[in-house]
Design a protein around this ligand. Sequence first.
Ligand SMILES: *Cc1c(COP(=O)(O)O)cnc(C)c1O
Length: 428
Amino acid sequence: MTRSEELFQQALHLIPGGVNSPVRAFQAVGGGPLFISRAEGSKIYDADGHPYIDYVGSWGPMILGHANHYVIAALQKACERGTSFGAPTELELEMALLITKSVPSIEKVRMVNSGTEATLSAIRLARAFTKRDKIIKFEGCYHGHADSFLIAAGSGVATLGIPDSPGVPKAVAADTLVAEYNNLESVHEIAKKFPGEIAALIIEPIAGNMGVVPPVPGFLEGLRELCTREGIVLIFDEVMTGFRVALGGAQALYGVHPDLTTLGKIIGGGMPVGAYGGRADIMSLIAPEGPVYQAGTLSGNPLAMTAGIETLKEIRKPGFYSALEIKSAQLVEGMRENLRALNLKFQVASVGSMFSLFFTEGPITNWREINQCNRALFSTYFRAMLERDIYLAPSQFEAGFISIAHTDEDIQKTIRAQREALVLATRT
Ligand SMILES: *Cc1c(COP(=O)(O)O)cnc(C)c1O
């Protein structure tokens, strides 16, 4: 028995499912999760000290790799000055400056403690601003675990096959309208049905929680037009894509500007952080400037701000994204080359340093299509990769993340492992 197996058996008695977030369990692929003891650069080490090349990156935040020297040194210093004050700090101002400088559509920003908090607060704000109740989300998009969003949510919910979570009041679910990703017509139909009733449209501008699904040309532009015309607040949930696909996020990549943006993951540099921001006229409704209440004992925490600021400073250095994208292109091209060599028609989707291998030959533009993927093949593939020391997210419906710490050697090793794993998975 490995140390991870031992710990997992104990954890099952004390923690629901043995994990503090469902995506960490290996339910979709069988077996128990690895317990991690430490991480450095591109590697994570399990409880027995065995290293793996990590493509989970704590589900997105670790764009610099693990235990980045600058981040850790700054954190150590910050610790000594105290861990929380419950009063404003200069660090929060520095973070707000970094965010608004990098993401032009964000004029004002409020820090919170998670992506979930960011999205639920953004929706409350949009409802207050428009004096309307309904929201539109897309099938397969994940926006955290607030009640309004647990309708046709991807990621962990899709993996576990829970379409709507029990415990979500029917009345709340009724205000969430679900459209099809990359299908503008499906959004127009909803808008026509509920004129003057829709407060917000929230979307992952590049979907990452059903695996990586980029927007088709014209889709985001079409949403922008519709929202402007109908007075709907357009919210880009860039908790995953913010500072990941470009300094200014997906909105900079595609040149479509939302009214509000939600952030998380990378801006915390591995600490628990979220943020929401956007048009000053909307953001000014938030208390204490306006009447929309939203608060947090640990919001803007000095340690979290420090880790985030150091991370953003690193990625703002010239050449960061081009270096990251060269690594990503090498990996993605290597994976595609493997598929061609083995005459397999599965597909690798990627934007920047996010990637997914989909075990389907059909189109992959929305949840209905992604759901056709062969999960059994994925499980065998996942296991074979893990045996070759490659740590992927334990689900077909997740993105992989490359960090700046991944070396050429890591990438070549991953490509070789992938070829063997594909052969094993498709042999029967
Ligand atoms: C991860 C994620 C969230 C939720 O963030 P948490 O910090 O886990 O609450 C929300 N939206 C998107 C797009 C995400 O990827």
